[in-house]
Ligand binder design. Structure first.
Ligand code: ZN
Length: 457
């Protein structure tokens, strides 16, 4: 135990040093510290957070108190990681049903509340303490560093401001680092956004991929502004590869995608300059499980991402099931960072549909087919039943709809073996049909795969 105490005080000193650097807006020194992390040090920091975090949960969380495994009484550096598989899972539904039951500090110590809307599970209330706010600030700052943001940058925030708190958290982290921030939100029109970029010489843009993509298409920036642009940081949704290229061509700078969830304290990971998946910040422990069995999958195999935030005070969640499908990426990243990486999200576990004989599809399977086609600006697929077989109706937004384009789209579908086999051999699927549209329906997040069969049964 004496050894454990010594280790804890060493790590605590190190973390305090990081906090000081953060308070002093010293991005360069923080980056140097992060680069010093090797696998061994990362593991120790993780165990430190895990031990202190789980002790806090076992003592103070009304929800988890009685659900903790008996090993918690004897948690130490040598057995900390082995406890994780014995901890209970937490679902989005449990959090949305009653967020307050997860509160592990007195209500009067909460300093920030925001809400989050998922595609499933309804509205969730997220509580943060002062320490949580520091941690959120820290993880966003790590994201900035990974994306090459420097103190002299001029940021333009085009996220929507509101009760969900994402724009506010980024704004706070930027202000803390002394980075000039134009909080234009997404309420001004695209021409006004462009005027801001030109007038103030914006060098970094923050926004959702779909808004930034639309901004890129509507903006006609002078070359000198494109040259000034350092980075475009997007998050909250995925970004198809061809859209990334269009954004970079039209706005300048390099696009970085970030991954985070309000439920577990915001930033979970970010891309680095190599752009091969997301590096996971040391404040989160991640697992990839089989969504059906809850058992871990093999390295590099796809499964559901489960996140345990290690440094949450007000509302710590254990083994939070994100519903997002991804995989661990093996091997070291060329950027040199030792932080583990996950792949881009394949889709949400509940976005999966079974079409034809028995093949499972995620939205990404079709993104990979259609994204390389510049003629297609956007699309979604409606799945229904026709003549006792599955039917795919592909709605396509295109500038120049044509018979030729329609044939090309159907041909692309046939390039997926499972679709070809189900049309020609198992005869469980009709030939896909294409419907061209000239504008997208209004509304928020849209599903790529809309399963109408559920309503027919
Ligand atoms: Zn990297």
């Amino acid at each position: 135990m004496a050894f454990d105490n010594l280790l804890s005080s060493l790590i605590k000193n190190r973390l305090n040093k990081m906090n000081k650097l953060l308070e002093n807006n010293d991005l360069i020194s923080i980056q140097k510290e992060i680069e010093k992390y090797d696998y061994k040090k990362l593991k120790l920091v993780k165990k430190y957070h895990l031990i202190t975090g789980l002790k806090h949960v076992a003592k103070n969380s009304p929800y988890y108190k009685d659900k903790m495994p008996p090993q918690i009484k004897d948690i130490k550096y040598s057995n900390a990681l082995a406890i994780i598989p014995k901890l209970p899972f937490t679902t989005s539904l449990e959090v949305s049903k009653d967020s307050e039951q997860f509160l592990a500090i007195p209500k009067e110590d909460v300093v920030n509340i925001h809400f989050t809307y998922g595609t499933t599970g309804g509205k969730k209330t997220i509580y943060n303490s002062r320490r949580d706010m520091r941690q959120i600030n820290y993880s966003y700052t790590l994201g900035f560093i990974n994306c090459g943001i420097v103190a002299s940058d001029i940021a333009q925030l085009v996220y929507s401001f509101g009760v969900w708190g994402l724009a506010e958290n980024i704004q706070r982290a930027l202000l803390n680092q002394g980075i000039i921030t134009l909080s234009t939100g997404n309420y001004v029109n695209f021409q006004e956004q462009q005027q801001f970029i030109e007038k103030f010489g914006t060098t970094v843009i923050f926004g959702t991929p779909s808004y930034v993509y639309n901004l890129a298409q509507e903006c006609d920036l002078p070359q000198k502004n494109k040259d000034k642009m350092n980075a475009i940081l997007v998050g909250g949704e995925g970004l198809p590869e061809h859209r990334r290229k269009i954004i970079e061509e039209r706005l300048g700078g390099e696009v970085y995608i970030n991954y985070g969830l309000n439920e577990v304290g915001g930033g979970i990971g970010s891309e680095c300059r190599i752009h091969k998946g997301y590096h996971i910040f040391p404040s989160s422990h991640i697992e990839i499980i089989n969504p059906k069995t809850g058992e871990p999958v093999d390295t590099e195999e796809f499964g559901e991402l489960v996140v345990t935030p290690l440094n949450r005070e007000a509302m710590p969640l254990l083994r939070y099931r994100t519903g997002d499908i991804t995989r661990m990426l093996d091997g070291e990243c060329d950027c040199g960072l030792k932080l583990p990486r996950i792949d881009y999200l394949k889709g949400r576990a509940d976005d999966k549909v079974i079409i034809g004989a028995a093949e499972k599809y995620y939205p990404i399977d079709f993104d990979l087919l259609f994204d390389p086609m510049p003629e297609i600006k956007d699309y979604w697929i409606e799945i229904s039943t026709k003549n006792d077989k599955d039917a795919l109706l592909i709605y396509v937004l295109a500038d120049k709809p044509s018979k030729k384009l329609e044939e090309k789209i159907i041909e692309k579908c046939y390039s997926l073996d499972s679709i070809k086999i189900d049309i020609e051999t198992t005869k469980t699927l009709n030939e896909p049909e294409v419907v061209f549209i000239d504008k997208l329906p209004k509304g928020g997040k849209r599903r790529r795969l809309v399963d109408k069969r559920k309503f027919l049964k």
